[in-house]
Design a protein around this ligand. Structure first.
Ligand code: ADP
Ligand code: ASP
Ligand code: MG
Length: 407
């Protein structure tokens, strides 16, 4: 029997009608002779609503209770989808992440899957049932508390379950037709990709392309699970994320990210060990620093700028101010109005010149580059937040992606 894992995101299960049509799609796959495990997200914007509710009740941080609250979102969907499937005459059973044996670390809000003991899922399949699993959650076996996997975490649940069950396919059903050359909501000229490599998808996802959670792509790559991203609204072909592709695109796609802020510590003494003094306390406080720029000046001091997730800005700012005082640096300034634009393509490994073309296109649009970072297959630039959609559109067109052809 072929075993398929489906995943349905929030928009795809936003109301009763959509839940019934998701149930129909699952039943169609079951009736074709497949074993089906379906991972579901919270309905619509439910996770955001729950976060908002928590903020109304308390302005303190309650990691354990927050996970108790947020996991409820997916739990609602799983039960409703199972009911809708049963109404179509097919046996279905739903499991929370914990019941499905998804064991995680204990880091509330950012837990990582360490093992999946999928016995109950297998039993359900053996009994001929469709199994529905609540995405985005697991349980820490040490504390026995439920955990969540970070925003977008249902993608990770799906790919990790596909790996644990040695599934034949993992299909991520979402509200767009697949992975596009840029966010189709920002770039109307973006085109759907037929395929791209794990490496490219990982760079795009890490750079803000929210269509897949980065960790789900890591699982796919680690366990060799091709990830098929498709529309939940119609039967289009979608996009396949896999190890290798026929064409080695120089520019596969462009991502942008508005979720970071920039901190600058001025007049940092330019002596050995200073960068360690600045970034060690940030790391200890759990702040994930992304880009770093150090400007050498001539009076023996330097300005250090770096970007952090806006969600960690308060912590990062506090640590930066403490360290600035300790090392006798100057002021700390914060800029929330920044965004990052990133160009990705596996062919950059062998073809040079994309960086200079990217810089020229931004220059021609009078968009100032504040920071730059690269990997062998990626170039990222930080620009002013209010110029980012113009930057993505200009790069998309200037690098030859508008008509679907790569540069
Ligand atoms: P789901 O709820 O199904 O998980 P998400 O909102 O998490 O859906 O992800 C789908 C969204 O990702 C799309 O609506 C789209 O706006 C956004 N997106 C960003 N970059 C891309 C891209 N390169 N290709 C497709 N979608 C993208
Ligand atoms: N509901 C969670 C979120 O909104 C998980 C997911 O949708 O993948 O982030
Ligand atoms: Mg998502």
């Amino acid at each position: 029997m072929t075993l398929v894992v489906h995943k349905y995101g929030g928009t795809s299960v936003a109301d009763a009608d959509r839940i019934r049509s998701v149930a129909k799609r699952i039943v169609d796959s079951y009736n074709e002779g497949n074993g089906v495990v379906a991972v579901v997200s919270a309905m619509g914007r439910r996770t955001d609503e729950l976060l908002g509710l928590a903020a109304e009740v308390s302005d303190r941080s309650h990691p354990r209770e927050m996970d108790m609250l947020l996991t409820a979102g997916e739990r609602v969907t799983m039960a409703l989808v199972a009911m809708a499937i049963q109404d179509l005459g097919v046996a279905a059973t739903s499991f929370t992440g914990s019941q499905a044996g998804i064991l995680t670390t204990g880091k509330h809000g950012q837990a990582e899957i360490v093992e999946i003991r999928a016995d109950r899922v297998r039993e359900g399949l053996d009994e001929g049932k469709v199994v529905i699993v609540a995405g985005f959650q697991g349980v820490d076996p040490a504390s026995k508390d439920v955990t969540t996997l970070g925003r977008g975490g249902s993608d990770a649940t799906a790919v990790a379950l596909a790996a644990a069950l040695s599934a034949d396919r993992c299909e991520i059903y979402t509200d767009v037709d697949g992975v596009f050359t840029a966010d189709p909501r920002v770039v109307p000229a973006a085109t759907k990709l037929l395929e791209l490599t794990y490496e490219e998808m990982l760079e795009l996802a890490s750079a803000g392309a929210g269509v897949l959670m980065p960790r789900s792509v890591e699982f796919g790559r680690r366990f060799g699970i091709p990830i098929h991203v498709r529309s939940s609204f119609h039967g289009g072909e979608g996009t396949l994320v896999k190890e290798e592709t026929m064409e080695q695109a120089v520019v596969r796609g462009i991502a942008h990210d508005e979720s970071e802020a920039k901190l600058t510590i001025s007049r940092v003494p330019d002596t050995p060990g200073v960068a360690a003094s600045v970034f060690e306390p940030l790391a200890a406080a759990g702040v994930n620093v992304d880009m770093i720029v150090q400007n050498v000046s001539h009076d023996g001091s330097t300005d250090i700028s770096f970007t952090v997730p806006i969600s960690m800005l308060d912590v990062a700012e506090r640590e930066a101010r403490t360290v600035a005082e300790a090392i006798d640096a100057g002021s700390v300034s914060v800029d929330k109005d920044i965004a990052k634009v990133t160009v990705v393509g596996i062919g950059m490994k062998t073809e040079s010149g994309i960086a200079s073309r990217m810089f020229r296109i931004l220059a021609d649009h009078d968009i100032n580059i504040q920071m730059i970072s690269t990997s062998p297959i990626r170039i990222s630039c930080v620009v002013a937040g209010d110029r980012v959609s113009e930057a993505v559109k200009a790069l998309h067109s200037g690098l030859g992606l508008d008509d679907g052809a790569s540069a």
